[in-house]
Unconditional design. Sequence first.
Lengths: 367, 148
Amino acid sequence: MLKTEELTLNMGPVHPSTHGVYRCVLTLNGEYIQNAVNHIGYLHRGLEKLAESRTYNQFIPYTDRLDYCSGLANEMAYVLAVEKLMGIENEIPERAQYLRVICAELQRLASHGICVGSFALDIAGSTGFFYSFRDRDRALELINMIGGNRLTPNFMRIGGVAHDLDEYFLNELNQFCDDLPACFDEYEGLLAGNEILQTRSKGVSVVSKEMALDYGFTGPNARASGIDTDLRRDEPYGIYDRFDFKVPVLQNGDTYDRFVIRVMEMRESVKIIQQAIKDMPEGPVMAKVPKVIKPPVGEVYHRIENAKGHLGFHIVSDGSTKPYRTRIYSPTFVMLSAFPEMAKGTHIMDAVLILASIDIVLGEVDR
Amino acid sequence: MFGKGLIKGLKITMGHFFDKKVTEQYPEERPNLPPAFKGSFKLNVAKCIACGLCANGCPNNVIKIESVKDENNKKKLTGYKMMTERCLYCGFCVEACPPKALQWTKDFELAVHLRDDVNLDLFANYTPSPDDEKPAEPKNEEDSAQAS
């Protein structure tokens, strides 16, 4: 009889498949994972504490650094929360509202692009990775035109947006939206339709509807498990109730569905951007807000549908220029907590795939 | 038929094989930067009124301003240092500047050999040019809307 024993393997914190500095200690029985333990905190920068020593406006650039794949959406969540706290959410100019929606959806395209690309890379298909990043780069160039930076644009302001966007940008964006559906067909032909990818990912780490609800899954991962939820439709913030879009829901909840649903969502985002460009009125982009922002004493919680799930900001104000406490609810932190259970019993090569399908961003997990 | 998807995928990659290349040959080919691009900073010292709004707006206390009052009780800039090593490149300082003296440049290759060289001394870096004597542009509508 061959003598066998369990092997403890340390994955990360510096490992390309962990998408950042996430560490996981795996207990292996041969090729199979018996147990996985999460270790997080390597990218902890104390953003919640930093918020307490900065004014409301000054914290906006820091929200870009939360989930650095979707900076504009994080900014939108934060400014909407502060506007709700100040009670000026109905005074935001129409054009600013439309620009915010365009920015958020463009950022969703960029964020899902990274998920699709890194999923392809983690399954050892580098061609799919480059096709996805080619399109994501065009989205980033558009974000560069919006705010002057590719990842940390700092474009949203309390009461509107920083500046108006010109005709040239809108034309480029229109062109981008027209080109994208063909690119999605490419992803589906190259990746989703590929039998090798399907065999690797179908039926791997199935998250049932109950388990997804128990762990508090939100966003695309919840919708891949059959939970029909989308804050853009269910509790519309901003002007999302004016747009006509579908919320894709899949039933299996395996890694394949979590991958495919992102491509489906990108198609819907393109539709939203096209509607927004068509309907966008002319006008000011900034409401009349005081230069020194002093919200009344109170607290507020506001959440939006980020690219990865529900991103919420809980802000407590003591009436001064700085928030008394800011708490950030981040979606991937919640979903990463389900990773040990999702990885149990799977192959070690599937573990990186499961991580890619959750689409973790460590800037948001550790904050 | 098993393998149909594989063939379809190969067709897609083959189509791109003969396509135009999308890669930018970076050091030889320069990127086309948008007008809003945030690169490095430049300060027009002749325009600066040493009001300190840029230093106030900064989330990270990056900007250090030194000024003296002249005989007309008017502030005059004598030093302007930027601790760029902790700069977020958020652009609140450029937005806050009333006479638009502080501006972005499109210089993005900011790597240097020594840590001290990262920080900018915009007062010392300033080279006067004939355009500087022009009067400060009036505030745009956005600023006046914010101030009220």
